[in-house]
Design a protein around this ligand. Structure first.
Ligand code: ADP
Ligand code: ZN
Length: 605
């Protein structure tokens, strides 16, 4: 059976070998066992269920919440010569009947289905009359009630096990900390499943977190110097900021499109479509965008606001560089972000238990921002991989952070907060520390305090940096209502009593400017670049003709390999990774023609 699987991998998908642990997962399913697969984005999860579905008798039923993606997935599979279809609410009755007919006649290899559709009694009834190869539950973390992608219908998927006990099940996700992992196993009844975890590391992603000064101009500089022609995603927290940022980027000459839940379904659909089918589009979005975006050549993900948890950060940044080529995860963050997220959390009407969990998650996120050691190490440790060496591909590795002893300054700050009555926000307390006789300060009589003017050894920026770090570390609390008044927390006691010292980050003026990433086409020689452009041109043409995203025809990596190997025959072309039988038949001649013409050009030189 495994030999059969390997043959299908080579013939149908055009790949040489499995990427571990794909082979083990496939083996388990072929033997009829259940599997839980945790793999990073771009790790190759789809093959884990697609291949056994092809090799085993019957149809593979894939449950996914990502309705918008199903049509594309099915089309991409069809181009590989795989018989696939989908069932969800976007389908009209007529087409749904056709799919159901094909299913009944056993004419499908793969069926993508929305969970609510699957759980309808008539669908379950229909499936009882079919031969089913396996059930794949994609985005399995949606079953977690604490997670940000919670889907209530996912809780009912345990019914599959009860109704089809003989059919193997595979659950897959790219994000699951230990807690979520347990929840998936428990809620989906996967206690017997073999668990496969592939390291979460995404070595091609460069992580950078910079202090926010002027977010827009920082973003502009980042895009201009590093990604002038690349596709990417810019995340903001609010709809308004999404709109404004998209508008501003457009004014600056970028193709930038907004995406958030407040836009109509048509507009969102249209913007997503352009992002997938055109090259070099920047989408500015709230977190509503991106789940299941499987565009492989997203070259950067930029955050203008802080995500609520490391999981969210990891998932959002994980949308960059699925093709394994260098990509950037870039973020600016500042004092206001910390205050805002803390207020939002404390002010929400979640129950105390959920608040406690969310607070922990935010702590971890803030910790990631403030650490002075390798970001990747910290990120991976969060997901349970604690042995990773410093990575050499994050800002703190590339550009080590200096620290300073902030013990004394922190004591002054805490004291100023205390003596002004714990009723004021950061700016006011800094005024007092700097000895500014503003109207408000004098009116309150705070110019007579012993802390008035004791902080003139630091400037405004240094104080803001210090307060940010005190709030991030939970030494100061922020009022949830009103203007963000600061209060001492119990955690600052040891510091005030002189029992501990405080190492703080020395913020950089501007980081990330040097050590630039080099984009794909900058790495090619001139003639190679011409061929690369010609191949991309052909790909675009074919994609437009068939109304699919260019990468569905061939990935960038496949085109790059063509540039490097310059195949001269169908046989040689078939050797290129990503060129399977069906695509060779469909596109082989057209690509050979371009390669041939280019060889002619080169000979003329
Ligand atoms: P995930 O769902 O885990 O994010 P995908 O299944 O979309 O990842 O796979 C990511 C990319 O890796 C895809 O372009 C896929 O074609 C490619 N890929 C997967 N498995 C292999 C393999 N064994 N050899 C080469 N490429 C692979
Ligand atoms: Zn690092």
């Amino acid at each position: 059976m495994m030999t059969l699987a390997l043959q299908r991998l080579q013939n149908t998908f055009g790949y040489d070998s499995f990427r571990p642990p794909q082979d083990q997962v496939i083996e388990a399913l072929l033997a009829g066992r259940d599997a839980l697969v945790l793999m990073p984005t771009g790790g190759g999860k789809s093959l884990c269920y697609q291949l056994p579905a092809l090799v085993r008798d019957g149809v593979g039923v894939v449950v996914s919440p990502l309705i918008a993606l199903m049509e594309d997935q099915v089309r991409a599979l069809s181009l590989l010569g795989i018989r696939a279809a989908f069932l969800n609410s976007t389908l009209d009755t007529e087409s749904a009947w056709q799919v159901e007919g094909a299913l009944r006649k056993g004419e499908l290899d793969l069926l993508y289905i929305a969970p609510e559709r699957l759980l309808q009694p008539r669908t379950l009834e229909l499936l009882h009359h079919c031969r089913i190869a396996l059930f794949a539950i994609d985005e399995a973390h949606c079953v977690s009630q604490w997670g940000h992608d919670f889907r209530p219908e996912y809780l009912k998927l345990s019914a599959l096990h009860e109704q089809f006990p003989a059919v193997p099940r595979i659950a897959l996700t790219a994000t699951a900390d230990a807690r979520t992992r347990q929840e998936i196993i428990h809620r989906l009844g996967l206690e017997q499943a073999e668990v496969f975890v592939r390291g979460f590391d995404r070595p091609n992603i460069r992580y950078r977190i910079t202090q926010k000064q002027n977010a827009r101009s920082q973003l502009k500089r980042f895009l201009e110097t590093e990604h002038p022609n690349d596709a990417g995603i810019v995340y903001c927290l609010s709809r308004r900021k999404v709109e404004e940022t998209a508008q501003w980027l457009s004014d600056q000459g970028w193709t930038a499109l907004p995406y958030h839940a407040g836009l109509s379904a048509e507009v969102r659909q249209a913007h997503q479509h352009r992002f997938l089918t055109e090259e070099g589009v920047v989408v500015v979005a709230t977190i509503a965008f991106g789940m299941g975006i499987d565009k492989p050549n997203v070259r950067f993900v930029a955050h203008l606001d802080l995500p609520k948890s490391v999981e969210a950060y990891y998932q959002e940044t994980g949308r960059a560089g699925r093709d394994g080529e260098p990509a950037d995860a870039w973020m600016v963050y500042g004092l206001q972000d910390v205050i805002f997220l803390r207020q939002m959390l404390e002010g929400s009407d979640a129950g105390p238990e959920q608040k406690r969990i969310e607070r922990q998650r935010l702590e971890a996120m803030l910790g990631l921002c403030e650490i002075t050691t390798c970001r990747r190490q910290s990120l991976l440790a969060y997901f349970g991989e604690s042995e990773h060496p410093p990575c050499g591909n994050c800002d703190t590795c590339l550009d080590p952070v200096e620290t300073w002893d902030g013990t004394e300054a922190a004591r002054k700050a805490l004291s100023a907060v205390y003596r002004t009555g714990q009723r004021f926000g950061v700016s006011y307390v800094i005024d007092v520390l700097l000895g500014k006789t503003t109207e408000k300060v004098t009116a309150n009589g705070h110019d007579r305090l012993s802390t008035f003017g004791i902080g003139t050894d630091l400037d405004l920026k240094a104080w803001r940096s210090l307060f940010r770090q005190l709030v991030a570390r939970g030494l100061l609390e922020v009022d949830t209502e009103g203007y963000g008044a600061l209060r001492l927390s119990a955690a600052c006691r040891p510091l005030l009593k002189g029992e501990v010292c405080l190492e703080l980050r020395q913020d950089k003026r501007q980081s990330g400017g040097r050590r630039r990433q080099v984009s794909t086409d900058q790495r090619l020689t001139l003639p190679q670049r011409e061929l690369w452009e010609a191949l991309r041109g052909l790909r675009r043409e074919l994609a437009e003709q068939q109304d699919v995203p260019p990468y569905v025809i061939f990935h960038d990596a496949t085109l790059l390999e063509m540039v490097q190997r310059q195949p001269g025959s169908l046989g040689q072309l078939a050797q290129v990774s990503g060129v399977g039988k069906s695509k060779l038949e469909r596109y082989g001649d057209a690509f050979l023609e371009v390669l041939q013409a280019h060889r002619g050009d080169a000979a003329d030189l």
